[in-house]
Design a protein around this ligand. Structure first.
Ligand SMILES: [Zn+2]
Length: 536
């Protein structure tokens, strides 16, 4: 007996065998079991998701000699012949090759005649969107008032090309692309039955490449069985598919993390010796980065479905969340621009170089913080950690313990060693108004909090000032509106000016400039910190 390709051999024969389209199967089964039948069904969805398969099962369910139900017997002539593709009352039309109106008219001429042996005469149009406008017009009349004994089943990958008049006369079912897990689960069921051994990573790779199409997945498996002589191991399968092995992806990311360009390009060289598909290599890289990103928030979940946990943990340990996000973004853009690159290899190399060039200098990795500016993964500028800047006036003030002016008051409020806790807060939230002899007048804002205005605070400040200037003074505190700035207000204004000036300087630097051009990144003012000694 000749070899039957897997996609045909494992094509579902009953609704319960259909994978991933529960919503469609449930609705169809319900209407069949209740004989609430429509005369035209449209199945839409991407290639290889089961549109014509479901249509054929429906044809069987409608014509089974045991009666209309969601569970055709599979034994009667009608069931057997539909399965074999020889049932006379199931007329399959490849609309792609019968686009002309003459073809459609010839078909429709036969519609009035009763079915030869079955209950219904069923027309199954595949790729119905390929019919010409005239064909649709010719078809529409029949679709509006079909004879009782006729059912139209239609399948298309492109429902938007159908006239609204046709769409509105059909019951439409949207079949979804299967996710990788569903395809993998199905392959895990099929392969042991076929006596094929496999590595999970190999069928994962196949599932990913088949992009939601079970038929494509099975075609690739057919090919892989020949290529690997029935032993689907990851290396051979990836080799056949022109996909990178995970070892390559790991080596690339480790080289980038270590900023080892030489090692990186040795890996790239080896990749090209194996003629890998560059787009799929970038996909692999993005997939790994996606998993690494997830790992930062849900490590157990990711590790449970990762093949090489040790390698994965190593990568997760050397890369910060910000780095992962940035590399992912760079990888996406690299993939988008691949077709514009002079060659695919150049496109890939430049993408990898960019990942290395934009290596964020986050402080958490302890590798790159220096005393100049550096760039974090969020495209924020992190300057070396340190204290907040002190007011400019304060820094330039006298050190002799004098209070004559607002500048002196700021200096006192921020540096007087015995000024602590609430008393210091009080000093920073009042304005210096005047000093005459041993009397100092301070002004508190009208909305000052009661805890700040407690007499104990002003008493402490009076005591500390007396020590500070070496002369007993009397403090008078008025609560009223004033234009004179408090030390807190001076500091806030100073800080904002310093930050703005830092942002302006940062924007002129090379890497931030590139980040701005490439990603529209702007410095985050909150992320800017200053060295202790040199705030400017
Ligand atoms: Zn039957």
């Amino acid at each position: 007996m000749s070899y039957l390709v897997l996609a045909r051999k494992w094509r579902p024969k009953y609704f319960e065998d259909v994978v991933g389209q529960d919503h469609v199967v449930r609705t169809l089964s319900h209407s069949l079991n209740n004989e609430r039948l429509h005369h035209a069904y449209l199945f839409t969805g991407t290639r290889g998701v089961g549109k014509t398969t479901i249509a054929r099962i429906l044809a069987k369910a409608l014509n089974c000699e045991q009666g209309v139900s969601s569970k055709p017997c599979g034994q009667c002539n009608a069931c057997v012949e539909v399965d074999q593709g020889s049932y006379i009352d199931l007329i399959e039309v490849d609309a792609a090759s019968k686009t002309k109106v003459e073809d459609t008219r010839a078909l429709l001429d036969n519609v009035p005649y009763l079915p030869t042996s079955g209950r219904y005469k069923i027309y199954l149009f595949d790729e119905i969107h390929m019919l010409s406008g005239h064909s649709f017009n010719a078809f529409l009349k029949t679709l509006e008032e079909p004879p009782e004994h006729v059912k139209f089943l239609m399948a298309t990958t492109d429902p938007q090309k159908l006239p609204v008049t046709v769409l509105s006369r059909c019951i439409q079912f949207n079949l979804r692309a299967m996710d990788n897990e569903e395809i993998v689960a199905q392959l895990e069921k099929i392969l042991p039955d076929e006596n094929v051994t496999f590595e999970p990573a190999a069928i994962n790779a196949i599932a990913r490449l088949s992009q939601g199409s079970m038929r494509d997945a099975l075609s690739i498996v057919d090919q892989a069985i020949s290529y690997t002589q029935g032993n689907l191991n990851e290396v051979a399968v990836r080799d056949m598919l022109g996909m990178l092995s995970h070892d390559f992806i790991y080596s690339i990311l480790i080289s980038i993390a270590n900023r080892n360009a030489e090692e990186l390009f040795q890996v790239v060289e080896r990749m090209f010796e194996r003629s890998v598909n560059i787009e799929s290599a970038l996909d692999d890289l993005l997939l790994k980065l996606h998993n690494l990103g997830l790992h930062k928030v849900a490590p157990n979940l990711v590790e449970s479905r990762t093949d090489n946990v040790e390698q994965f943990r190593e990568l997760a340990a050397v890369m910060t969340e910000e780095e992962i996000q940035l590399y992912y973004q760079i990888g996406l853009l690299g993939k988008r621009d691949l077709k514009l690159a002079p060659t695919a290899r150049i496109g890939l190399e430049m993408t990898l170089l960019r990942m290395m060039a934009f290596h964020p200098g986050s402080q958490s990795d302890g590798k790159s913080a220096d005393n100049s500016s550096s760039v974090s993964g969020k495209s924020n500028l992190n300057m070396t950690q340190g204290a907040q800047p002190q007011p400019k006036q304060a820094a330039a003030l006298n050190q002799t313990g004098e209070i004559q002016s607002t500048e002196d008051w700021c200096h006192f409020a921020s540096t007087a060693p015995n000024l602590k806790g609430m008393a210091r807060q009080f000093a920073n939230q009042v304005s210096f108004a005047s000093r005459e002899g041993n009397k100092i007048v301070l002004i508190a804002p009208p909305n000052a909090s009661p805890s700040i205005m407690r007499p104990s605070n002003s008493e402490t400040v009076q005591k500390v000032i007396s020590e500070y200037i070496g002369q007993k003074i009397v403090l008078e505190v008025r609560q009223e509106a004033t234009e004179i700035a408090t030390p807190d207000e001076v500091a806030a204004k100073e800080h904002s000016e310093t930050v703005n000036s830092a942002i302006e300087r940062i924007k002129q630097e090379k890497i931030p400039k590139m980040l701005q051009q490439e990603f529209g990144a702007i410095p985050d003012p909150k992320s800017i910190q200053f060295p202790i000694d040199n705030p400017k």
